[in-house]
Design a binder for this molecule. Structure first.
Ligand code: SF4
Ligand code: SF4
Length: 181
């Protein structure tokens, strides 16, 4: 299954690269900027989680220990099952498992349509901090064309692309909820 998932990711990344290029004028993502990994709930399906952990296994022991400590701290400070936290895999403002990151992680930074009928658009949170799309968002409306594909995880899981790779994603949970207390 992970081999099939890797093939799917190759196609998915190609598409996402094209979307980033279409919106490049409004995107200022760069190395060292990690706001999108500092506050979130990071939905991960079972399949994505298996892939992420295959990347974790390849990390040096010192990084593994840091991730485990981060995870424990998030769990210790959590106030409910639905909460926002810093991703435990973020080390020195970089993703320690970049190649193995989740689908949602791959779409951070883009503005896309989540409802064709209501024309509701998902805009990156960092827009409120003067980053992506802040020059074209007036607080209500975005003054540029969003990507015309819903890139939220449930939509990607049910997409034609995912189906063409015959993937079984399993259930979805917030990243830390995949780890036992
Ligand atoms: S999406 Fe926003 S917070 Fe994340 S890397 Fe890009 S600019 Fe930074
Ligand atoms: S897995 Fe990596 S890219 Fe995804 S939220 Fe965590 S640190 Fe960020």
């Amino acid at each position: 299954m992970l081999k099939r998932y890797e093939k799917f990711l190759k196609d998915f990344d190609k598409k996402i690269k094209k979307y980033f290029s279409e919106q490049k004028e409004h995107i200022c993502c760069k190395e060292g900027c990690a706001g999108c990994c500092e506050v979130g709930d990071y939905p991960f399906s079972q399949l994505e989680m298996m892939y992420l952990m295959s990347g974790f296994q390849k990390l040096p022991d010192s990084i593994k220990i840091q991730i485990k400590n981060n995870l424990q701290n998030v769990k210790k400070n959590r106030i409910s099952t639905h909460f926002y936290y810093q991703c435990p895999f973020l080390i020195d403002k970089k993703c320690s498992v970049y190649k193995y990151r989740g689908i949602t992680c791959r779409t951070f930074g883009l503005a896309y349509l989540i409802d064709k009928k209501t024309k509701q658009v998902k805009i990156p949170e960092c827009c409120n901090e003067g980053l992506n799309f802040s020059q074209v968002f007036d607080g209500k409306e975005i003054k540029t064309e969003p990507i015309k594909e819903n890139l939220d995880l449930p939509s990607v899981i049910n997409s034609k692309l995912a189906k063409s790779h015959k993937l079984e994603f399993g259930e979805t949970r917030s990243l830390v909820n995949w780890f036992p207390d």
